[in-house]
Design a binder for this molecule. Structure first.
Ligand SMILES: Cc1cc2nc3c(=O)[nH]c(=O)nc-3n(C[C@H](O)[C@H](O)[C@H](O)COP(=O)(O)OP(=O)(O)OC[C@H]3O[C@@H](n4cnc5c(N)ncnc54)[C@H](O)[C@@H]3O)c2cc1C
Length: 487
């Protein structure tokens, strides 16, 4: 039996899982059926909450470098501006999001992983596997058979792992075609903005990839079951811009022309003994709001430290169940609200559209509502306060299960202290647990009484940047309960 965890799929989710395990020194292998990495721009936004969970192993400044800070959403109807949604809110030092093509995100993750000595094994398919109590026997297309303690299925929407386990993927298929284009434009474009446009001919969304390179997504009418449709031409996309957009653009070059359909589905359980699923293998939904890749990468960061801790015998196996408890409800909520966003965007009736425009204009002129909508998009709202893993302590403003808030600390933010570290104890005294679980990850201690007072008590921060427990007694109890059943 190999001691290496096997990650099937080196898309953004598998790479995140691998990086977050490699940072704890967990032996792992990551395989992908494809010969090389994707060159497509696919998912274009990495939102702030994803930047936060990646930050300990991939600082957000590296993600932002050479890419575009997401500053606002602009809404138009029939070519007329109706509302603006600024993304920067609160006291975060990180950008609300970064517009970065998926191929660049994957490259950054691959480079960070290589710094830990891990390479993706390409042209290697997970063909089949047999799950058992002590491990999973996997057959690879290279002819190799291996037994792994944990198989992590990050193998996308058509997941071999999901199919092999014969898991239902309940939900629905939206009967709508969408055109997609990645184009170089001539013409003026708004800075740092995603653009959403409605109109009688259906919605169009525009996302910046660089100053002159943009993604166009446009509805293209109903999709008849079983029918094949041709990809759009440059002329089709230019017509969409001319007739449905406020942008005065001419397409200079098209880099990618395609089409897609939308499925809204989620499996019932992400944990099946020693087989775990994450990302598109576990949930798929509308691209509205750019949540898909982000949700998957956060799944991966959530499971990675848990599997690592259990694998080294420092925590009870039941810790893995908290992956389901914490991430499944988040996935369910994302499937639901991205579906609603899509339905709202699809309204064609002019009276209903006009009402929608007025409601949006009024709502987004209220600062509190603006902040609420923006923090749903940036996923700042993701919290695990109701998780069985949320420890005791906390204040009305800050509780276990919340993300560690950004606070200025030294020359940067307090979250910087988690870089290169595995867990964090913000304390007013140089004492407290030294390890996360018996024989588990070392805890970095930040002794800063002013910071403790500002946060409302001592804080123990999990490897994924989430507050585990607050207050000296609760922190000790949390660490004890983590390891009590492990040995
Ligand atoms: C046009 C488009 C636009 C999008 N825009 C956004 C956006 O703006 N924001 C956002 O968050 N999301 C967006 N998404 C969704 C996003 O691309 C996906 O959610 C994301 O790629 C999912 O990542 P993943 O790693 O789970 O799966 P994938 O990216 O699909 O990766 C799965 C990997 O597994 C490999 N694999 C499959 N089967 C096997 C096997 N048996 N053995 C070994 N390897 C295997 C595949 O080769 C692949 O590399 C968009 C998607 C599309 C298509």
């Amino acid at each position: 039996m190999t001691t290496s965890v096997l990650i099937a799929g080196a898309g953004p989710v598998g790479l995140t899982a691998a990086l977050m395990m490699a940072r704890h020194g967990t032996p792992l292998r990551i395989i992908d059926v494809n010969e090389g990495p994707t060159t497509l721009s696919k998912a274009l936004v990495v939102w702030r909450r994803t930047l936060q969970v990646l930050d300990p192993a991939l600082p957000w400044q590296r993600v932002l470098e050479g890419h575009i800070r997401a500053e606002r959403g602009l809404f138009f109807d029939s070519g007329k501006p109706i509302a603006e949604l600024p993304f920067e809110s609160g006291d975060h030092g990180m950008p609300a999001g970064v517009f970065i093509p998926q191929c660049d995100t994957e490259q950054l993750l691959t480079e960070a992983l290589a710094e830990h000595g891990v390479q993706v094994e390409r042209s290697t398919k997970l063909e089949s596997f047999e799950p058992g109590d002590e491990g999973v026997v996997c057959s690879l297309s290279t002819g190799e058979t291996l037994q792994t303690p944990w198989l992590i299925g990050c193998d996308g929407a058509h997941s071999t792992v999901r199919h092999t386990l014969d898991l239902a993927f309940p939900g629905e298929t939206v009967d709508q075609r969408w055109l997609l284009a990645d184009i170089i434009i001539d013409g003026d474009a708004p800075q740092g903005a995603a653009v959403m446009e409605g109109g009688p001919q259906g919605p169009v969304a525009l996302f910046p990839i660089s100053e002159s390179r943009w993604r166009v997504i446009a509805s293209a009418g109903e999709r008849a079951p079983g029918q094949d449709y041709a990809d759009p031409t440059v002329e089709d996309i230019q017509r969409v811009i001319d007739t449905r957009s406020a942008m005065n653009w001419t397409i200079r070059e098209a880099l990618w022309l395609g089409q897609f359909g939308v499925n809204e589905r989620q499996i019932a359980s992400y944990v099946h003994g020693r087989v775990l699923l994450a990302g598109d293998a576990a949930h798929v939904h509308s691209p509205a709001g750019g949540q898909g890749m982000n949700t998957g990468m956060q799944d991966a960061a959530n499971l990675a430290w848990k599997v690592s801790l259990v694998e080294r015998g420092a925590a009870a196996r039941s810790l893995i169940d908290t992956y389901q408890a914490e991430r499944h409800p988040i996935g369910a909520a994302v499937v639901k609200y991205t579906g609603r966003m899509l339905k709202a965007a699809m309204i064609e009736n002019s009276i209903v559209r006009s009402l929608r425009g007025t409601a949006m204009h009024l709502a987004l002129s209220v600062p509190a509502l603006r902040r609420k909508v923006a923090s749903a998009l940036t996923e700042d709202v993701v919290c695990y306060r109701n998780s069985p893993l949320a420890g005791g302590g906390g204040t009305r403003r800050l509780c276990p299960g919340d993300a560690l808030p950004d606070r200025v600390w030294g020359d940067g933010l307090v979250s910087d202290a988690l870089r290169g570290a595995e867990a964090l104890h913000i304390s007013d005294a140089d004492a407290g647990p030294a390890q996360l679980g018996l024989g588990g990850f070392p805890i970095r201690r930040v002794v800063d009484a002013a910071l403790v007072a500002e946060l409302g008590g001592q804080v123990l921060v999990r490897p994924d940047g989430v507050i585990a427990a607050m207050g000296e007694v609760h922190i000790s109890q949390w660490v004890e309960s983590l390891s009590s059943k492990a040995h």
